[in-house]
Ligand binder design. Sequence first.
Ligand SMILES: C[S@@+](CC[C@H](N)C(=O)[O-])C[C@H]1O[C@@H](n2cnc3c(N)ncnc32)[C@H](O)[C@@H]1O
Length: 204
Amino acid sequence: MTNAAFWNKAAPKYAKDAIGDMPAYEETLDRMREILQPHHRVLELGCGTGSTALELADSVDRYIATDVASKMVEIAQEKLTEQSPQNLSFAVQDAGVMTSGSNDVVLALNLLHLLPDLENTLAEIYKALPSGGLLISKTGLLKDGLWLLPLVIPLMRAIGKAPFVRSLSEKSLIVLLENAGFEVTEKLVQSGIVPRVFIVAQKP
Ligand SMILES: C[S@@+](CC[C@H](N)C(=O)[O-])C[C@H]1O[C@@H](n2cnc3c(N)ncnc32)[C@H](O)[C@@H]1O
């Protein structure tokens, strides 16, 4: 099963599920609201059903939220009402193909560990950002979590019950970001069975 096929199938349930760790979600949402500026043009990759985009779009000039799974984007679009921020739009897009205009900030929330070709995607994001541009990410750290999970997930994937998940540690993710040319300016680790790291990385 391709990544897009997995996430298309998962979309209706994903849309209904409550956020797993609400205090952690709100912590990073608040931090992003502090970082984002009214002049920023934002591109979100892997936006899922658009909940975070709807929370953040009011803080910036223009917000394009994208996802590889058309079903996720469809559900996100259905959430738009007349009261929704007018500067927000949704589109189907693979994170590895940076086609959505000029951006000051790229958001990749709960996404980077799901990308088989993460090195290439980071290189594309770096190329597409201006000097001073930001990549803000939150990433699952399979390698820093319960030891059993890196063994179990490939088995679940073989029967279509899990997506591709790369076994990243905090250290290996930071090396990948730095190898792509970014400077890590902020990081916050949130604990859990699979810990997550919130990272702000800047193109010098
Ligand atoms: C765990 S969900 C996270 C959704 C949202 N960012 C959030 O934090 O709730 C991962 C999302 O990444 C999307 N995704 C997976 N691979 C992708 C890719 N190559 N390009 C763009 N989106 C991708 C999936 O369709 C899914 O919506």
